[in-house]
Design a protein around this ligand. Structure first.
Ligand code: ZN
Length: 313
């Protein structure tokens, strides 16, 4: 009897050894499965260099191992925009890396319908400033700058008295000082995108957008950075990460990520990379299942991820 129990015991242990790793493996593969589709919209980017940034954004998203990424490239500046008709509704999330000629009416309408019905949108840096005259675009992106934006575009929105503060004073929208390494302060630690993020972390050298203005409706500020007047800034805590709710659509907006012809430092920052990956998943699904990697910067030290240091011709 004792012998057979021992044999049974061994059998159960061996069975568990076989089953448990297999079970964990299945869960892991389920978790990591590429199940979301993302479309990067690009092709024109005033003051920026989309040919450098777009392949890196694609790589950053693919490295999250949950996105299949396509690129919709518009005609060049002054080109025939009537041919530019991305199939937004085929995607879980549309990533905007575009600031240029106006889209045709059908494309504009398709985009707004896509967001209204629950499509996800990610807005990166230069795309904050697109289409100053297009009302729905500004409602979707929340805040923007330049392009003649002023008090008619909506209030300045910044962080004051521990909340998103709306300042209706007249003046131009959109400015930045010199590029510098600035500290990003988490303001919504419980938001799925921010969960586990340090309270403050140092961002790599970048432009810190300030004095952005827009409709600013249904926005939640996730993180801010102090725009030091010594660097040519506003002296305010400016929003750098925020979300916008537009009908059923979810929008994640990062004002960080300046890329020039010979510099991609800002988008090599671990904090930029991880918030972009997490924000894109949240825009697509309303949840964030990615684990936050351990190499997040703290308030004193920038962390650059060398794999995103690629300059393309
Ligand atoms: Zn820029």
């Amino acid at each position: 009897m004792k012998n057979s129990m021992t044999r049974l015991g061994r059998f159960i242990i061996i069975l568990l050894l076989i089953i448990i790793p297999k079970g964990s493996y299945l869960q892991a593969s389920e978790r990591d499965k590429v199940h979301l589709s993302a479309l990067i919209v690009t092709g024109q980017e005033m003051s920026h260099y989309w040919k450098n940034s777009t392949p890196i954004f694609k790589q950053i998203l693919e490295d999250a191992a949950i996105f299949k990424v396509d690129i919709a490239q518009s005609p060049g500046e002054g080109g025939d925009m009537s041919t530019f008709n991305p199939a937004f509704s085929n995607y879980d999330v549309v990533v905007l890396n575009y600031n240029g000629d106006c889209w045709n009416d059908a494309t504009k309408q398709n985009f707004v319908e896509y967001v209204k019905k629950g499509g996800g949108v990610v807005v990166i840096h230069g795309a904050s400033n697109s289409f100053p005259e297009w009302k729905a675009y500004n409602e979707i992106t929340g805040l923007g700058g330049w392009g003649g934006r002023d008090e008619n575009s909506g209030p300045y929105v910044y962080w004051k008295d521990n909340r998103a503060y709306r300042d209706y004073s007249p003046g131009p929208g959109g400015s930045h000082g010199v590029q510098w390494e600035f500290v990003v302060n988490t303001r919504a630690p419980k938001h799925p995108i921010m969960k586990g993020m340090p309270p403050s972390w140092k961002h790599a050298q970048d432009e810190l957008y300030d004095r952005l203005r827009g409709p600013g409706e249904n926005i939640e500020i996730l993180a801010t950075a102090f725009s030091d007047e010594g660097t040519g800034g506003s002296g305010r805590e400016e929003p750098v990460l925020f979300t916008v709710k537009y009908y059923k659509g979810r929008v994640f907006h990062t004002t960080m990520g300046h890329v020039s012809k010979d510099q991609t430092t800002a988008i090599q920052c671990a904090g930029f990379v991880y918030t972009l990956q997490r924000g894109t998943e949240w825009a697509a699904t309303g949840k964030v299942k990615q684990k936050l990697p351990k190499d997040m910067p703290d308030a004193n030290t920038v962390i650059l991820l060398p794999q995103y240091n690629s300059i393309n011709p």
